[in-house]
Design a protein around this ligand. Sequence first.
Ligand code: APR
Length: 311
Amino acid sequence: MARRKIGVVGAGQVGATLVQRLAERQLGDLVMIDIVEGVPQGKSLDLAEAAPLEGYDALLTGAQGYEAVAGADLVVVTAGLPRKPGMSRDDLLKKNADIVGGVVDQVVKHAPDCVLIVVSNPLDVMTHLAWVRSRFEKRRVIGMAGVLDSARLRAFIAMEIGVSVKDVQAMVLGGHGDDMVPLPRYSTVSGIPITELLPAAAIERLISRTRSGGAEIVGFLKTGSAFYAPSSSVVQMVESILLDQKRVLPCCVRLEGEYGISDIFAGVPVILGARGVERILEIPLSAEEKKYLTISAEHVRANIAVLNKLL
Ligand code: APR
């Protein structure tokens, strides 16, 4: 079978680390696109020269023009500005909307059959914008947030209890913002809900750290935002789609009545396979969990209204 083709737009921290991780897993040939001349070319060549040492077979190319992503099976959009200290993801809205809108127009022109994964922030709004601009079926436009937020919570649970991260699962729903909705009832260590293993105060502390997980990293880095865990999160989604693994992952998808929410993108558990979003899973929520999910969704809706005024 011919190798799959994966495009990554934005050859910055998230994009380049993502291409490295995808190459090392031999998930396909990789094309990096960036507006800055030379950067995607240089990083792709560097990664191609690492291939004999790491032992991966992948064609790695970099370009400014979107002809390079022609016929791609999957394209990940990481183009945009990252947060600086004190900035919320929403502060990035206008600038990144201009960038993401233009990028999506070009991607659609050259890779009309691809699955689009959006990483640029504010995530839920940018994913909505990518769906509107691409005119793709909703199953083919997916935002990366829930996998990252859940991975952060998993890491914190493992650190707190002192167990292997491999045994920890977590579920975080809602928008990718401070009002995201971590679900302790559905977060487990080898099947045991964390509510049975940790006192309520500790769970609250881990939830609060998860909500500000992105800001914690920005606070350290000062000139940029997280990229190791975000790129790993995208890899898990890409793998599930290209290998048709049908993994159940929290992803930002368009809701049309599920969880009582309509016409916006927000994070919920989905089955990811060759067709993209193959099914949205509706898990039972308590009244309180539902309330927080609705608040988070309404925040996304308000930001989409801001976006619509800008367009
Ligand atoms: N077309 C292509 N690439 C672009 C464009 C554009 N119109 N505008 C900016 N870029 C590129 C930049 O040149 C840069 O190389 O996008 C890249 C972004 O990389 P970084 O600045 O390193 O940002 P990164 O940390 O990778 O974050 C990218 O993902 O997590 C989100 O909030 C984050 O929105 C941000 C995005």
